[in-house]
Design a protein around this ligand. Structure first.
Ligand code: G1P
Ligand code: ZN
Length: 560
């Protein structure tokens, strides 16, 4: 097989964001654009690329199979020893993490733009994960970016023909060395891992009903993303849910036109299906299967920050944690602080990290972190190094099977014990970049001016006194790397706070995220609608930031 060196020119803007490089498909389709980035990844992980084993797969979106083919040809030319590829390019993000760890691979390349819409006119993405199974840290993504800026050629074997449409081993001779591609069933390793973590018998009993207990009726929506085959195998074949209790379970390259993001706006079909009370629990996942939204009967919404806290308080319902013990907990900075109260009660360490799953990996690797999450519908544990949507649903089902109560009762009891951290997030999507950047600069300047400390802000009946403000900075306790400018936090005397961040996952324009949180103790008003409870605080955040003036927006595109 002939290795060919192709001349190329660098492209601007191949800088990985919160979670890999995400751009429009059309951008990736430009001549050598994808090839450059794949070569930059392989060069950045040198010398380990030579003789290495990489896992490759993605969420089934448009352009995935073509890119897998390119990766096979480029990896072979770069001395990679083996690729483990998901059948027909399919692997959920949690499955990639599981497979890298299980087979002790050097790393993996995940082809996904997560919850961004797919299809020829939408987004594609490429993300590199390291040998711990987690997203590459910034030291690696920066190295990839630097190489992408100076690349002059890439290596490829154009004649290498490898099918990913059937499982099995294929061997090729490259430079007198053997290059192997193993195409695997996307589900079986992940299923085995789930079986080792959870008590499948107990969950099956819950779902099917037993003795005098009626079946626990679940509805799972894969939103035409990658989780379909996993959902079918796990919830229907293994756990006995009726087959029509899982919908949209065939992965489609354009997600059937859906925006595969499991929140109240984009998963509204699930919300509607649950409203009449037929189902006891509903769940939806995003395109690549790492996010989850969980609803109780009659579409009772569990805020992800609360979901995390409830799980933290009930880990003794899950065999994995009984066996391994519970180390610390963590959340991203903007995530509601409900879990902090559980950590305090249980005497566990609690870490507050910047947005993005990559910041949890080091803490897990040294054995200080068991459970973590983000307000953006991400929940997971140290069983892998990615957040894990299906894991989260199995965790909730384990808790329900154990405590024998409804989702709503579990949550209400939690608030009655710990008090309630009201939380909401407003997203202003697809704004113009320049005014948003300016808004952030002005806001930081204004709120960090010493003269505003102690200033009173009034909205309706509420008065908030500004206590402290900063742009969040994080020093990783393990590798001591420092990450700056992770969101402007404004804290008030009563413990309320709001945070502004610019999204790092969009493919064009800017998205502003506004996070607001306030706390009510158990004896106080814990059953209010979160939007009502937080309205005054949001009002003040909008006033202080002058968001409507900067963006021309009077309302967010998504409210969580
Ligand atoms: C968003 C979420 C963040 C999550 C990331 C990847 O990033 O806010 O919590 O880790 O997607 O799923 P953002 O667009 O805010 O940078
Ligand atoms: Zn995702």
């Amino acid at each position: 097989m002939n290795i060919v060196q192709i001349e190329t020119k660098p492209y601007d803007g191949q800088k990985p964001g919160t979670s890999g490089l995400r751009k429009a498909v059309k951008v990736f389709q430009q001549q050598n654009y994808t090839e450059n980035f794949v070569q930059a990844i392989l060069s950045a992980v040198q010398p380990s690329a030579v003789g290495s084993t990489l896992v490759v797969g993605g969420d089934g979106r448009y352009y995935g199979p073509e890119v897998v083919d390119l990766i096979i040809k480029i990896a072979a030319a770069n001395g990679v020893k083996k690729l483990i590829v998901g059948l027909k390019s399919i692997l959920s993000t949690p499955a990639v993490s599981c497979i890298i760890r299980k087979y002790k691979a050097t790393g993996g390349i995940v082809l996904t733009a997560s919850h961004n819409p797919g299809g020829p006119n939408n987004d594609f993405g490429i993300k590199y994960n390291t040998s711990n199974g987690g997203p590459a840290p910034e030291s690696v993504t920066n190295a990839i970016y630097e190489l992408s800026k100076t690349i002059t050629s890439y290596k490829i074997i154009p004649d290498l023909k490898c099918s990913i449409d059937y499982c099995g081993h294929q061997y090729f001779k490259v430079d007198d060395k053997e290059f192997e591609v193993e195409v695997i069933d996307p589900v079986s390793d992940y299923l085995q891992l789930m079986k080792s973590i959870f008590d499948f018998d107990a969950i099956r009993k819950l779902i099917k009903g037993s003795d005098n207990k009626p079946p626990f009726n679940i509805l799972i929506d894969s939103m035409n993303g990658v989780t379909g085959p996993y959902v079918k195998k796990i919830f229907i074949d293994e756990l006995g849910a009726p087959s029509n209790n899982a919908v949209n379970i065939i992965p489609l390259s354009d997600f059937g036109g859906l925006h595969p993001d499991p929140n109240l706006t984009y998963a509204d079909a699930l919300v509607k299906a649950l409203q009449n009370g037929t189902y006891d629990l509903g769940a939806a996942f995003d395109g690549d299967g790492d996010r989850n939204m969980i609803l109780g009967k009659k579409a009772f919404f569990i805020n992800p920050s609360d979901s995390l806290a409830v799980l933290a308080n009930n880990l003794d319902c899950i065999p994995y944690f009984i066996k391994n013990g519970v180390k610390g907990f963590a959340r991203s900075m903007p995530t509601g602080a409900a879990i902090d109260r559980v950590a305090a009660k249980l005497g566990k360490e609690l870490f507050e990290v910047p947005t993005g799953w990559k910041f949890f990996g080091n803490l897990m690797d040294v054995g200080r972190l068991s459970l973590c999450g983000e307000e953006s519908f991400g929940t997971g544990s140290d069983h892998i190094r990615e957040k894990d949507g299906i894991w989260a649903v199995l965790a909730w089902l384990s808790v329900i099977a154990n405590v024998n109560e409804s989702v709503e009762t579990i949550l209400t009891k939690h608030w009655k014990t710990f008090g309630r951290n009201y939380f909401t997030r407003y997203d202003y999507e697809n704004c113009e970049s320049e005014p948003c950047n300016q808004m952030m600069v002005d806001l930081e300047k204004n709120v960090t001016d010493p003269s505003v400390i102690g200033q009173k802000f009034t909205s309706g009946q509420k008065v908030y006194i500004l206590k402290q403000a900063d742009n969040f900075e994080y020093c990783d306790p393990i590798d001591k790397s420092v990450t700056i400018k992770q969101g402007i936090r404004v804290l008030f005397e009563d413990g309320s706070r709001f945070v502004f961040r610019l999204s790092g996952t969009g493919s064009s324009g800017a998205t502003i995220r506004l996070y607001a949180e306030s706390y009510e103790p158990p004896s106080s008003n814990i059953l209010e609608d979160a939007q009502v409870a937080l309205k005054p605080l949001v009002q003040i955040a909008l006033e202080i930031s002058k968001l409507p003036q900067f963006t021309g927006r009077n309302a967010p595109t998504v409210i969580t």
